[in-house]
Design a protein around this ligand. Structure first.
Ligand SMILES: NC(=O)C1=CN([C@@H]2O[C@H](COP(=O)(O)OP(=O)(O)OC[C@H]3O[C@@H](n4cnc5c(N)ncnc54)[C@H](OP(=O)(O)O)[C@@H]3O)[C@@H](O)[C@H]2O)C=CC1
Ligand SMILES: N[C@@H](C=O)C(=O)O
Length: 260
């Protein structure tokens, strides 16, 4: 019989790591995916020891077009059935659109969109065949509108939200839950990678645990989209009534990356 597992991309640090810790605490077996082999193995050893769950490590660079298929094959070889997929791997770039190095543009689109879309397709087919499962896609408040200075990033997160909404509806009858989580600002290494100075951000920066809690709640209730904090919820609600340009300008102002 195959072992049931939760597969988490971006599990080496930040929000993905927080998901790994929480789901291990809940007794789920895990597959941890990212590039940083040492961080993944250290986390895996700790969770096996502390939580007595099976933890497999699959080191993979999600910019590679073949990575999702290789991860899927890895699960087959290990005799694992993924019943929960958490697409947390992602990165941003802060600065004017014309300044993005071409390779950074490719990297952002490959990890934030293509890898997520491919993994979701591969594992959702298995989940439908098994009669159920769950997919948590980490989107962002940034995906609710374009953000000057975070243009490409915000566009990739709009993609995540839109795809998730479609699949939430498509797969509901098959017993597969599909959820988009839309955090505001979370304290991780994300800003350093993006070149985004956290001191310029005009909103509170929360702990990764709020994202995990919101995702667990959302999955239990089979929601299509959740916002981790009250401020995230209020901002998303206010957007419905504001002209698009006002939303875009406000988001840029609060993010602190444009026009300073
Ligand atoms: N922090 C924030 O304020 C917010 C973050 N988000 C989203 O949350 C998700 C997680 O971000 P967060 O934890 O904050 O950021 P971190 O920078 O802390 O973590 C990013 C994770 O993605 C992995 N990753 C990046 N590139 C690749 C790649 N090419 N192949 C495989 N894995 C990769 C990293 O692993 P490694 O480097 O080892 O490969 C790491 O585990 C992202 O999708 C982000 O967009 C959403 C809203 C707010
Ligand atoms: N919300 C943050 C990440 O998604 C950001 O805008 O950088």
């Amino acid at each position: 019989m195959s072992m049931r597992c939760t597969l988490i991309t971006g599990a080496s640090m930040g929000i993905g790591e927080a998901f790994a810790r929480e789901f291990a605490r809940r007794g789920n077996n895990l597959i941890l995916v990212a590039r940083s082999a040492e961080l993944l193995h250290t986390l895996a050893a700790e969770l096996r020891e502390k939580r007595h769950v099976e933890v497999l490590v699959c080191v993979s660079d999600l910019t590679r077009p073949t990575a999702p298929e290789e991860i899927h094959q890895f699960c087959r070889r290990e005799g694992v059935r993924v019943d929960l997929l958490i697409n947390a791997a992602g990165l941003s770039y802060a600065g004017g659109y014309s300044g993005i190095p071409p390779e950074k543009l490719e990297e952002l689109m490959a990890v934030n969109m293509l890898a997520l879309a491919r993994l979701t397709r591969l594992f959702s087919v298995d989940m439908v065949a098994a009669g159920g499962g769950g997919i948590i896609n980490i989107a962002s408040l940034a995906g609710l509108q374009g953000i000057a200075g975070l243009g490409l990033y915000s566009a990739t997160k709009s993609f995540v939200i839109t795809l998730t909404e479609a699949l939430h509806v498509e797969l509901k009858a098959s017993g597969v839950k599909v959820l988009a989580v839309c955090p505001g600002f979370i304290e991780t290494g994300f800003f350093a990678v993006a070149g985004h100075d956290p001191a310029s951000i005009l909103l509170p920066i929360s702990d990764a645990s709020v994202v995990v809690k919101a995702a667990v709640r959302g999955l239990m209730k089979n929601k299509m989209r959740v916002y981790p904090t009250l401020i995230d919820t209020l901002l998303a609600f206010a957007e419905r009534f504001a002209p698009r340009e006002v939303s875009a300008r406000l988001a840029a102002f609060l993010s602190g990356v444009w026009g300073k």
